[in-house]
Design a protein around this ligand. Structure first.
Ligand code: ZN
Length: 197
């Protein structure tokens, strides 16, 4: 897929609006050139004082579902110009990725999540074995619910293979990759589980 961009006013760093105050949708380079009737992007950025922010089509705004741009603020990963909000990496909705099912064979608790969610879950387990499971997340994050790391000794689990390997070695957790059959979960990332404590 061709990269799409958000047009942002260089001075205010807010979404560029047309003369009627309307917001422009994310556009490809050729669409931008067509819109401004110019033959090159450099001319457009100079003439209209705009900056182009490439959008990450795999990470969407949790409010308006638009692909996110990189944040300009230290500590944040993404920003949505349409909602004028910055997000941490974990707050973005992950668009693609396989869905995994985790079953606690002891309590029968069930967890469904994207790769990112499983990695996060494994890290939570790794950091606090006393706490189990998470929270409900449908179209918005209801509760961050993460276990705070209390020391730097624990190595972070950074990919899905490590996460599965780790979870399969801790008690009573079976990990099943279920592919993308649960399409509706792709924009929701995670789902419920029972809670303890
Ligand atoms: Zn948004």
């Amino acid at each position: 897929m061709e990269t799409r961009y958000c047009l942002v006013d260089i001075d205010t760093l807010e979404l560029y609006t047309n003369q009627f105050g309307g917001e422009l949708p994310p556009m490809t380079e050729s669409q931008i050139k067509e819109y401004f009737h110019e033959i090159d992007i450099e001319t457009i950025t100079k003439k209209y004082s705009v900056k182009l922010y490439p959008l990450d089509e795999k990470h969407l705004c949790r409010h308006c579902k638009t692909p996110l741009a990189k944040s300009d603020i230290d500590g944040y990963v993404y920003q949505c110009f349409y909602c004028a909000e910055d997000f941490y990496g974990i707050e973005a909705i992950e668009k693609d990725g396989n869905i995994y099912k985790l079953i606690n064979t002891d309590t029968k608790d069930l967890f469904l999540g994207t790769e990112k969610a499983v990695i996060r879950f494994a890290n939570d387990k790794l950091n606090d074995k006393g706490k189990k499971w998470m929270y409900l997340y449908q179209d918005r994050l209801l509760d961050m619910g993460f276990v705070k790391r209390n020391d730097a000794e624990v190595e972070e689990i950074t990919n899905i293979e490590l996460a599965i390997k780790y979870l399969q070695t801790v008690e009573d957790i079976e990990v099943v990759e279920i592919g993308d059959i649960l399409k509706e979960l792709q924009n929701n990332e995670v789902i419920l589980l029972s809670q303890e404590e």
